[in-house]
Design a protein around this ligand. Structure first.
Ligand code: HEC
Length: 457
């Protein structure tokens, strides 16, 4: 175990990564691909219809979009690196070794995107008349590059759920072009245009007065929304049809959690209501009912953001015990390492735990074992609180269930460590549930010996 474990209090590591990533998805899909596409289309309509309204709308909307994409979009994108390197260093490190070239290419593509959108923006008032068409091509180039980003990253995201034969063959292309790759790419593009049409409608309805232009534009965005929602629904269906059923069976639980999972119908009611809401908005817009559209647009946007969050949550959750199926568990222990840790122990192979005499107490070792084994998904005192999960059990009961975590819930990895360590963790968790042990973070992070532990990676 080469890296220390960071635990993010209350939210837990998965939620922190997820919040940043979903915000990034909304901006990178919805604005960079979706909104900019509609900006380019609006600019084109301004040209062919010789319409100042379309032209001005495109330019104003671009100003808004560029601030959000180059500001928040870029920061949340880099943030995923920062956060995962701290919270899931082995996971992201292993992924980087497999997908070095896609990520390397993505840095170049991303840099080009920023350059293109800035040129697109700053040449707006200068590339006019005979150069206008060229200016429109610039915008199209940007959208093309943004789709290239999605093309590169989706291979990696798909791999994390459908790694297919990679754990055995270890070859790059099948891993990148894995079974869920194409449907997921199309689904993401569908999401991008769905969000993009809604963002365009928001900007239109809140910055333009009632009038012929607003009605004409609303009709277009409503129609685009209808097509995009339908395409997204079809691609979502395709995507989930290639996800192996062992994973897919946990999709409803992923959303409802144990709190509501006894009433799975809630899942279907809420999703259907959301879909009806979105389609209603698009039909209302196509019928040019702009006052009603203005009332519906914000709820529609929130619903679509909810769908994005739901999709990402399901995708991340259902890969369950794995971070990389067939290779690494969610707690960053390799599948191959488990027998080794069960025999030799996890503590003594962890330089971060063996380092200082302060950390030798039972509470400290228990906290360390919890950190290594469970903190990827459970917190102490926050979301998915481990104390609540073991509450009401005896210390022996906890000792027993620790040997069966992967059977209690199919999305939990097995415990890694010796029987003694299992007993130590049981004592720690029991103490937490009774309030006799407080959260304990090993105090000094300095490896005791330079060569790290004896893991055989
Ligand atoms: C891959 C993520 C993950 C890891 C790692 C993980 N768990 Fe869980 N665990 C969950 C989820 C998700 C639930 C269900 C949450 C809910 O109630 O909605 C859960 C539920 C539980 C429950 C309640 C199960 C039941 O049926 O009552 C216990 C006990 C538990 N976990 C203990 C542990 C312990 C101990 C560890 C570390 C050895 C651990 N978990 C590691 C994700 C994980």
């Amino acid at each position: 175990m080469e890296f220390p474990v960071f635990q993010f209090s209350y939210l837990g590591s998965g939620m922190v990564i997820g919040l940043d990533a979903v915000l990034h998805v909304i901006i990178s899909h919805g604005l960079a691909i979706g909104a900019v596409s509609f900006i380019v289309i609006s600019e084109y309509l301004g040209l062919v219809k010789a319409s100042r309204d379309w032209e001005a709308f495109a330019r104003d909307f671009l100003k808004f979009t560029i601030i959000i994409t180059t500001g928040i979009g870029a920061i949340t994108g880099a943030g995923i690196w920062l956060i995962t390197s701290a919270l899931s260093p082995r996971g992201i490190g292993s992924m980087l070794r497999i997908f070095f070239w896609p990520w390397f290419s993505e840095w170049i593509v991303f840099t080009c995107e920023v350059i293109f959108i800035l040129i697109y923006y700053f040449t707006w008032s200068r590339w006019v008349r005979e150069r206008k068409l060229k200016h429109i091509y610039l915008g199209m180039m940007y959208v093309f590059l943004a789709i290239c980003s999605a093309w590169l990253i989706t291979g990696i995201l798909g791999f994390m759920l459908t790694s297919d034969g990679w754990p055995w063959a270890k070859s790059f292309w099948p891993a990148f072009l894995n079974p869920s790759y194409l449907p997921q790419l199309l689904l993401r593009i569908g999401m991008a245009f769905s969000l993009g049409s809604l963002f365009s409608a928001v900007f239109l309805l809140f910055t333009r007065r009632e009038g012929t232009f607003r009605i004409e534009a609303l009709k277009l965005f409503g129609k685009a929304a209808l097509i995009s929602f339908s395409a997204t629904a079809v691609f979502a269906w395709w995507y989930f049809s290639v996800v192996p059923s062992t994973f897919k069976t946990h999709a409803v639980f992923a959303v409802l959690t144990s709190r509501f999972s006894q009433q799975p119908e809630i899942f279907w009611y809420v999703n259907c209501a959301g879909a009806i809401m979105l389609f209603t908005f698009s039909l209302v817009s196509m019928r040019s009912a702009s006052a009603l559209a203005k009332i519906l647009i914000i709820p529609a946007l929130l619903v679509s953001i909810g769908f994005v969050g739901e999709f990402e949550r399901i995708r991340e959750f259902i890969r369950g015990p794995y971070l990389m199926p067939g290779y690494m568990y969610a707690n960053q222990v390799l599948l191959d390492e488990t027998p080794f840790f069960n025999k030799e122990g996890i503590v003594k192979n962890d330089p971060w735990l063996t380092m200082s005499p302060d950390n030798q107490g039972i509470a400290a070792l228990g906290a360390g074992l919890f950190a290594r084994n469970c903190s990827a998904c459970h917190t102490i005192g926050g979301i998915n609180d481990i104390a609540k999960k073991v509450d009401g059990r005896t210390v022996d009961g906890i000792f027993v269930i620790l040997a069966h975590t992967h059977e209690m819930a199919p999305f939990m990895p097995p415990f890694s460590g010796t029987e003694d360590e299992r007993r130590t963790l049981a004592g720690f968790l029991y103490g937490l549930s009774k309030g006799t042990v407080k959260e304990h973070t090993p105090s000094r992070f300095a490896p005791a010996h330079a060569h790290g532990g004896g893991t055989h990676e």
